[in-house]
Design a protein around this ligand. Structure first.
Ligand SMILES: [Zn+2]
Length: 265
């Protein structure tokens, strides 16, 4: 047993010089598997290739998702879904995503974001793979689209959840799992998120670092370049256990079982 980092941007250029050491450090810290987030056609392909190569020596360590992030939706075209379909059927592919809506930055026009989000949901339904979802400042449209797909998809995890209790209630009612990052380790984010975190049932929770982003703010040491790494995942598990008043080992065991079941790993 161990912890599984369900969202790690391991192919990010900040890991180019020491990617394998980063994985080894995570394993040494008790992280048994990592799921690399695919954010576009190219990054999903790279992640899957890297995972397959790495697992030849260390089976069961790396997995990846295949999908297009809403920021990248503007680059999608005729061949996108067939390319993702091929990638998603590779051995190490465990989910479609990350996909969803991001109205915070609006890098892609909103109607384009919605179109490719819906197409990726259809693909997940067709391949019977779970969805790895991204939502930022777009909960109304995001929830409406998810409601339309109710009953058609295998499962969904809302990654890097930063919402409030009412959004949480809707996601839980829709059967979604909730991915928590080190975002929760920052008291400046306000009590609305902590109150929501307290309410997430153990059997709907998953853990992620979103490395190299979202370095937990309350680490008890300084981190060079503020690069987040999967080895800090136990710190996030510890924070959740504290907020929920649960014993850390029991919570970790419960999350481990959810994660294995959800991704089929
Ligand atoms: Zn995201």
């Amino acid at each position: 047993m161990g912890l599984i980092d369900i969202g790690c941007n391991l192919m990010h250029s900040s890991f180019d010089k020491d990617r394998k050491a980063v994985i080894q450090n995570a394993i040494n810290a008790g992280v048994s598997s990592l799921i690399i987030t695919g954010t576009g056609e190219k990054s999903s392909a790279q992640a899957l290739t890297f995972a397959a190569q790495y697992n030849e020596s260390f089976p069961g360590t790396l997995y990846a998702t295949a999908g297009v992030h809403p920021h990248e939706a503007r680059f999608c075209g005729d061949g996108t879904i067939s390319a993702l379909k091929e990638l998603a059927q590779e051995h190490r592919a465990v989910a479609i995503g990350e996909c969803g809506l991001d109205y915070n930055r609006d890098f892609s026009p909103r109607n384009i974001q919605r179109k490719w989000f819906e197409k990726q949901i259809e693909l997940a339904a067709e391949l019977w793979l779970p969805l790895f979802l991204h939502e930022r400042d777009a909960s109304e449209d995001f929830i409406a689209i998810l409601k339309n797909s109710a009953g058609k998809i295998k499962g969904a995890v809302v990654h890097c959840f930063t919402g409030n209790e009412s959004e949480l209630d809707i996601y839980l009612a829709l059967g979604c799992y909730i991915g928590l990052t080190g975002w929760i380790c920052d008291e400046r984010r306000g009590t609305h998120l902590i109150n929501a975190v307290k309410k997430i049932p153990g059997d709907r929770l998953m853990l992620e670092t979103d490395a190299p982003f979202i370095l937990p703010r309350d680490l008890p040491f300084k981190v060079k370049n503020r690069r987040n790494e999967p080895r800090y995942l136990p710190h996030i598990a510890n924070a959740i256990a504290r907020f929920q008043g649960k014993e850390e080992d029991r919570l970790a065991a419960e999350i481990f079982e959810n994660t294995k079941r959800f991704f089929g790993i």
